[in-house]
Design a protein around this ligand. Structure first.
Ligand code: GLY
Length: 331
């Protein structure tokens, strides 16, 4: 951990302890009301998300839970914090552009009723995950793409934001010198945030949001906004999300696969490992790319596994928010 991360971690732990106290007070009240209404036993809630930025996202998701938010609110609020962080080069409008210099965003969201919304290749929208939620809630569709997604955003009263990151622009201009396009294994290539949550009712939701592969072809869409690839939620079984080379995840329906393996009886860890094994078996170039999966089942057990070492995730459980290193296929 570097100094910044240590500070974030300590701060996270402090907030975690405060949250623990608040949590137990809220729980006491909730338990009384649950007993009165004869509700089923509740969980205390759980949030899990990809990469180190997940620590901040989890805090925001947890705040939403403490304010009475349901799983869907938790996941949206969680990743909104990262989408609004314009220093992040892989999520939101601060993300690296495509090879023609356009920053295009992808996101999808799924709730505990099996409903889903997605936007792909949308520009100038600060919160693509919230737009995906609007697609889910306000249209009869699941996916909106490009200009149509942007038009829908405007119709919903969202003000377009033409923010361009100077640093991202500089990195793009440097890239243009050689215009080499190859997915990089680099563990620092935090390309996505996927976040899964369980609320106090024990219901699940998930979200996945990204600016996609840096310097991608114009119009390229990866796994992140594809229901079943970057994200899948089945409230009876569990939820999964993916990060890394989207093409490999799409080819194997990665997140759907993880949830289906859990349905067949695997625990979340084994399910993530099997999904990585499936990717290995279908790709001769698996040494050259990274994919990571996170999963949680209905009982709140979690799983995390990646192709390459370096995949980190943040887990907010029992009032403590912490970063972990996921185990990986290559060591
Ligand atoms: N996983 C993000 C992407 O491939 O776009």
């Amino acid at each position: 951990m570097d100094r910044m991360e240590r500070r974030k971690f300590l701060w996270g732990s402090l907030i975690g302890s405060g949250a623990l106290l608040a949590n137990s007070l809220v729980n006491q009240g909730w338990a009384q009301s649950a007993r009165k209404k004869k509700l089923p036993p509740f969980l205390t809630g759980l949030v899990i998300s990809t990469w180190n930025a997940g620590l901040t996202a989890n805090e925001h998701a947890w705040k939403s839970l403490l304010e009475g938010g349901k799983a869907l609110d938790m996941v949206e609020k969680g990743v909104n914090a990262i989408e609004a962080d314009f220093t992040n080069r892989y999520v939101g409008l601060g993300g690296l552009p495509d090879r023609e210099g356009h920053t295009t965003l992808d996101a999808c969201i799924m709730d505990s009723n099996g409903m889903a919304g997605s936007v792909m290749c949308v520009e100038q929208v600060k919160y693509p995950s919230s737009l995906a939620r609007l697609v889910m809630e306000k249209t009869p569709h699941v996916q909106l793409v490009g200009e149509g997604a942007q038009q829908f955003a405007v119709e919903q009263g969202i003000q377009l934001d033409n923010y361009v990151s100077d640093e991202a622009q500089k990195m793009y201009e440097e890239w243009l010198q050689k215009s080499e396009y190859k997915p990089i294994i680099n563990a620092e290539n935090h390309d996505t945030i996927g976040l899964l949550a369980i609320d106090r009712q024990g219901d699940l939701a998930g979200v996945c949001t990204t600016s996609g592969m840096a310097y991608k072809m114009r119009g390229r869409v990866g796994d992140s906004p594809i229901i079943g690839a970057g994200l899948y939620v089945d409230n009876e079984i569990g939820a999964a999300t993916a990060t890394g080379l989207g093409e490999a995840v799409v080819r194997t329906c990665g997140s759907f696969l993880v949830v289906e393996l859990m349905r067949q009886g695997m625990d979340p860890q084994r399910a993530c490992e099997s999904a990585v094994e499936r990717i290995r078996s279908k790709h001769t170039n698996v040494k050259d790319f990274q994919v990571g999966f996170l999963a949680v089942n209905k009982a709140g057990e979690i799983g995390a596994f990646s192709v390459q070492p370096g995949f980190t995730y943040a887990l907010h459980k029992n009032g403590i928010n912490q970063i972990f290193n996921a185990p990986s296929m290559f060591k």
